[in-house]
Ligand binder design. Structure first.
Ligand code: DGJ
Length: 727
């Protein structure tokens, strides 16, 4: 049993962690989340002190007892807990006070699901659900707290549902997904910030009194802050120490905050951002807050990441391509931008076939009037000037050459200069009578509207049915502004951001079900919607518009804290690189791109024979290492290059018999000092053969003595070490 209930104490157990709560005097307290402590009632750690200005709830005859200083599972608002809260409801009389009390709980077999929202599913794992009912003691608002316990994955999920059981309508102004309280404050807050073309840069800072947090009001999870955060003890490293992760399975606005209180407690909260959030709940209506995946590791951040990698790979990603081998592709974006036609694409396909590439992806520019990024979005009709004879002729041609075919869409957007916008100006998000805020000269379609979604769905289906299309790159190239929907009444305009995301999920669910054999890749100007919510529909996401291998080291490093390599879209592009102007060797570009769903993004018809031979070798190499890279355990062996002179990472097969170590040495140096890389995850006693050398070394030697890197003669040289356990 992963969920144990004894004397008002509920203990959730995973392989390496315990999460506990306790009902006492009607309140639901949090008692513990950390290493295994069995089912000891952890409330022995409680102490009540009469703290001035921290009020005492009615009915409790103890001046030391205040919600302000307790650890709570799901704090309401306005009853003496002045810290960050999870729920704020505005009642018909204007009051906003929510007094939540425990009612009952149920333990259910299997993992709960959330209607209309992505969430971890049970799959082949063992899972149990805890459902707790809280009720406001004065009003008829109920909160159902859901906990999913994945024992073997060391993951505990949380979500909740707020139901208006009363006879009058209420407004939800905040409904977070979870709160996680800690007794201590001596921890670091770790988050992943960024910008377009430099996403998910790791930043670690000590907690301080007050609130520290990240979030998005951009409509999407965003390049700027990722909806994944961690707390870690100050001395926690990759391989040792305690850390906790909180990963939002949601792609819209979010908020993640850590608050250190007067009593040196810490409160971590996560949920939908409450900016412009106002959900009207009529009697009987409910609101479901999206899921958060929690994990704890006492063996450092590397282990925490591997917990998330497994869980996302196995219990978030779905469909045929969750496990099926994904094709090595060539994408024409950086090769041609908008300037291509059928002949050019076929020429690329022919050359690609010669080097073993398996799929051609036609990017932006194949439809409507689209010769640059100022027009055409929304007109999903093939441009026959570029593709004479239509899509079928092109796709058949590509298939005859022996390649699969993929296509780019940006379904959620519309250009003002498009037939769609001219016909339906009210289909875009905007406030009537207001001036428009443009982004890349385009507007966002109102995906909260069923009719808008249905129209795009039909157009997209027509295209996908018109030829043998086996892959879709789904892009979204701006953030939301002027958020107002022509379909909703004034009192529901605070719902548009979330309804948009629900609409998007609905669309994705339907399209992925209708085309189960199509591989969908997510994208939002690179990694602007790189989150576990999207991974439920898109098993891979274009990681960044920055294809420079050296910049990618940092981006992919940050990305790896939560997200598995199998979700990371990564390609080799041309040098000098189009974003940075930097030149690095084909080998280095290949090694970096192979830590993802591998492909090319360059004009192969202009490549030298020498480079094409390198591509041929890389393709073979990627095929050889495919399972190890996509399914293996991932270890970071360095930082992101800020302090270290190399960036190194390692894949280890589940049976620990094979491993691949990738290293990019950043700077060459005169009279160079020795540089060692210390491997991880091997069997200490086993002997490993280092491919291409005479060396047979034990796992213990490689992990403790390390591997001496060769002396490099140029900046950014890559070194690969392949190890196979000796028979
Ligand atoms: C942004 C994407 O990230 C690029 O790869 C490319 O598809 C462009 N959009 C096309 O407009």
């Amino acid at each position: 049993m992963a969920i144990i209930c004894k004397d008002n104490v509920i203990t959730l157990k995973t392989k390496n962690s315990v999460y506990q709560m306790k009902e006492d005097r009607g309140f639901l307290f949090h008692t513990y989340y950390g290493p295994n402590v069995g089912d000891t009632d952890m409330s022995y750690l409680w102490r009540t002190i009469d703290r001035g200005f921290s009020g005492n709830p009615e009915g409790i005859d103890d001046r030391g007892f205040s919600l302000d200083t307790q650890l709570l599972e799901y704090p309401g608002y306005g009853t003496g807990d002045y810290r960050d809260y999870c729920l704020r409801v505005v009642y018909p009389d204007g009051s906003q006070v929510t007094n939540l009390k425990y009612v009952d709980h149920e333990i259910l077999e299997g993992k709960y699901a959330l209607e209309g929202l992505p969430a971890m599913y049970q799959g082949d794992e063992k899972a149990e659900t805890l459902k707790i009912t809280l009720r406001d003691i004065h009003r008829h608002v109920e909160v159902l707290l859901y906990y999913g316990v994945f024992e073997n994955l060391d993951i505990i999920t949380r979500a909740c549902k707020v139901i208006n059981q009363g006879e009058e309508s209420v407004h939800l102004r905040r409904a977070y997904s979870m709160c996680l309280d800690f007794h201590q404050k001596d921890m670091d807050f770790i988050q992943f910030y960024g910008r377009h073309a430099m996403e998910r840069v790791m930043e670690r800072s000590p907690l301080h009194h007050g609130i520290q947090g990240v979030g998005s009001r951009r409509g999407y999870s965003s390049h700027q802050y990722n909806p994944f955060v961690m707390l870690a003890k100050h001395d926690t490293t990759e391989d040792s120490g305690w850390c906790w992760g909180s990963c939002f399975v949601y792609s819209g606005n979010f908020q993640a905050e850590a608050e250190v209180s007067q009593a040196n407690n810490t409160r971590l909260t996560m949920g939908i951002h409450d900016t412009q959030f106002d959900f009207l709940l009529e009697p009987g209506e409910s609101f479901t807050a999206p899921e958060v995946m929690l994990s704890f590791s006492s063996e450092g951040m590397g282990k925490l990441s591997r917990n998330y990698h497994k869980a996302i790979r196995r219990n978030i990603c779905r469909g045929k391509f969750k496990n099926a081998r994904r094709p090595i592709l060539i994408n024409n974006w950086e090769a041609t931008y908008f300037g291509f036609d059928t002949d050019k694409l076929l020429e690329i396909a022919r050359e690609a076939k010669n080097v073993g590439i398996e799929m051609l992806v036609m990017d932006d520019g194949w439809f409507g009037k689209r010769d640059d990024d100022n027009s055409g979005l929304g007109d999903w009709v093939v441009n026959e000037k570029k593709l004479p004879g239509g899509l079928k002729r092109l796709v058949d041609g590509v298939n005859e050459i022996g390649l699969k075919f993929g296509i780019w869409f940006e379904p959620e957007m519309v250009s003002e200069d498009s037939d769609l916008y001219r016909e339906h100006p009210d289909w875009a998000l905007k406030v009537p009578g207001h001036s428009l805020t443009r982004g890349r000269n385009q507007l966002v379609l109102d995906f909260s509207r069923e009719d808008v979604r249905q129209y795009i769905f039909d157009k997209m289906s027509e295209i996908l049915e018109s030829a043998n299309i086996e892959y879709v790159k789904w892009d979204a190239n701006r953030h939301m502004t002027d958020v107002w929907s022509a379909m909703l009444p004034a009192e529901r305009q605070g719902e548009v951001f979330h309804r948009y995301i629900l609409g998007l999920y609905d669309f994705l669910e339907k399209i992925t079900q209708k085309f189960p054999d199509v591989l969908f890749e997510g994208c939002s100007g690179g990694g602007g919607r790189f989150d576990a919510g999207m991974m439920y529909y898109h098993p891979q996401i274009w990681c960044s518009d920055d294809t420079d291998a050296i910049e990618r080291l940092r981006i992919q490093y940050g990305t790896s804290f939560a997200y598995p390599v199998s979700t990371v879209g990564s390609h080799v592009s041309v040098c000098p690189n189009h974003q940075t102007g930097r030149s690095v060797s084909m080998k280095t570009r290949g090694v970096v791109a192979m830590s993802g769903t591998f492909g090319y993004e360059l004009d192969i018809t202009k490549m030298s024979e020498e480079d094409k031979n390198v591509v041929r070798e890389q393709v073979e190499e990627f095929k050889k290492y495919y399972d190890l890279i996509q399914q293996g355990d991932y270890y970071r062996l360095s930082d992101d290059g800020t302090k270290s002179n190399y960036v190194a990472w390692q894949f280890v097969s589940e049976d620990q018999k094979e491993s691949l170590v990738n290293v990019v040495v950043l700077r060459t140096k005169a009279n160079p000092p020795f540089q060692f890389v210390y491997l991880r995850g091997l069997k200490a006693e086993s002997l490993y053969h280092v491919e291409g050398t005479e060396l047979n070394l034990t796992g213990a030697a490689l992990m403790n003595g390390g591997y001496l890197l060769p002396v490099v003669s140029d900046d950014y040289e890559a070194v690969q070490i392949h190890l196979v356990e000796c028979e």
